[in-house]
Design a protein around this ligand. Structure first.
Ligand code: URA
Length: 476
């Protein structure tokens, strides 16, 4: 095993040169350990002296991909890139293969870096630190990105703020633009930056663009995650503005002119779709009422009631299980029995707020076999899953989630038409015909059936699936 150490500044060029030379020398991906900086060197891997040379050509798309992925915080990013480069030797078209898990993962990493860079360009807030009367004004900012993006993003600030001197400090590196020259340097401790006049401007601007009638905390936080708030002057206002949003929205409504503005139709349409779950259809019935009368398959005969999904009609995440169990059948609510309680416990640990997700099942009636006083769960068959897809499709059309969490083989079958290889597909993202991504995981009742000795480990794995799904949702 050989260790390749890349510098913290100029990482992309160094990775590219090393990868070229290693590939030309025929050194296999599995024989290499990559790292950025001297940090946590692996003592068992001998350092590899820098190699030079290696004249190879690679598809343009690969270079663009690598140029983005090298800044990701995934410790395996260099190895993943090199493994793909290696595979490209024998399959030049591999990059176009959307089904290839290696390519899909690298594309995902590139997208996450892209989003992080975008957030940096939007959320860096400079404070003036020099003499305001000086020829060139001097500013500084502190920023905490999720990935190592200062180097590739600094040129954006050069273009945007080329007429002033500035420094951006991050926990990883710092960038300085002084007298027209950009340089990168090792990290410096977080500077104590003063409030300046620009902060008041930001606050005024933010207060003016804030529309209390349209406050959507979830959407706000998706765009501007909380971790950026403490470096942004305007965010100090958020708690107070959100707390008073209702009252301000009411005042606005009372003060509004009674004639509908031109845009009224579009606004009404949006409100209408927000309330689609409760809205009657052409026949005057809500989705819930229609479902209660469902006779598409015989399961309704023995069940107490149909169990519809529940959750916000504009939820970003939809969670799909199999079918209601005994408790769900009696209460009319999904995931309230033992499997639901286990799910809630693990979800809370994973930071997934169930109330912000839309939770439903592939099949809406409880299928069971009576045994004495007990009702024993029976898995729904293919026909029942297929008949019930009608309702799941209606829920999907109404909610239009950004991501669906498919729990177990029945959910997977209903969503993709194929229930095979659940454990192999677990942890992966699949894309439905309408473009909605689904994250595949096991069903919580599978965990309930495991012996105690295996259960802890399996729960931890389930928790990590939920975390991964949330991180993916955040990156969308
Ligand atoms: N199992 C499911 O799949 N759904 C429920 O609602 C309860 C248990």
């Amino acid at each position: 095993m050989r260790r390749v150490t890349l510098p913290e500044i100029g990482t992309f060029e160094a990775w590219r040169d090393q990868a070229r030379a290693l590939l030309a020398a025929g050194i296999r991906p599995e024989d290499l350990l990559w790292q950025r900086g001297e940090g946590d060197a692996d003592l068992f891997a001998a350092p590899l002296p820098p190699l030079t040379g290696g004249d190879i050509t690679v598809p343009r798309g690969f270079v663009d991909l690598a140029r983005q992925v090298v800044w990701h915080s995934d410790p395996e990013r260099f190895a993943r890139l090199y493994a793909l480069l290696w595979a490209l030797k024998s399959d030049r078209k591999l990059l176009e293969d959307r089904g290839d898990a290696r390519v899909a993962r690298l594309n995902r990493l590139a997208k996450e870096v892209g989003r992080d860079r975008h957030k940096m360009t939007a959320f860096v807030r400079f404070r003036e630190i020099g003499d305001p009367g000086a020829n060139r004004r001097r500013f500084a900012a502190w920023f905490e990105p999720s990935h190592y993006i200062l180097e590739p993003t600094a040129p954006f600030f050069v273009k945007r703020f080329g007429d002033m001197d500035w420094s951006i400090f991050t926990p990883d590196l710092s960038a300085h633009f002084l007298g027209g020259d950009l340089s990168l340097a090792p990290p410096a401790p977080r500077p104590d930056l003063p409030d300046d006049a620009a902060e008041d401007l930001w606050r005024t601007y933010f207060r003016n663009i804030f529309n209390p009638a349209r406050v959507k905390l979830k959407a706000m936080q998706a765009e501007m995650p909380k971790k950026y708030w403490r470096n942004m002057p305007e965010t100090a206002l958020i708690p107070e503005m959100v707390a008073s949003a209702h009252a301000r929205a009411r005042e606005m409504a009372e003060a509004a002119p009674s004639l509908a503005p031109k845009r009224a139709e579009a606004i009404t349409e949006r409100l209408r779709s927000d309330q689609a779950m409760a809205r009657p259809d052409d026949t005057g019935q809500s989705l819930k009422t229609q479902l209660a009368a469902c006779r598409r398959c015989p399961l309704w005969e023995n069940a107490s009631q149909a169990v519809p999904g529940e959750g916000p009609a504009d939820a970003a995440l939809m969670i799909v299980g199999e079918q209601p169990g005994d408790h769900e059948d009696l209460t009319g609510r999904p995931f309230v029995g033992p499997a639901g309680q286990l799910f809630d416990r693990v979800a809370e640990r994973a930071g997934l707020t169930r109330s912000s997700a839309y939770v439903t099942n592939a099949v809406k009636h409880f299928k069971f076999q009576p045994r004495g006083k007990r009702r024993i769960h029976q898995a729904p068959n293919r026909g029942e899953v297929s008949h019930c897809r009608w309702w799941l499709d209606m829920e999907r059309e109404t909610v239009r989630p950004k991501l669906i969490l498919a729990m177990g083989a029945t959910a997977l079958e209903s969503l993709t038409g194929n229930r095979r290889d659940l454990l192999k597909r677990r942890g992966g993202i699949e894309t439905l015909a309408d473009g909605t991504p689904i994250f595949v995981t096991v069903h919580p009742s599978y965990l309930l059936r495991l012996p105690d000795a295996e259960r802890t480990m399996a729960e931890a794995q389930f928790e990590s699936d939920l975390r991964e799904a949330m991180a993916y949702l955040d990156s969308l």
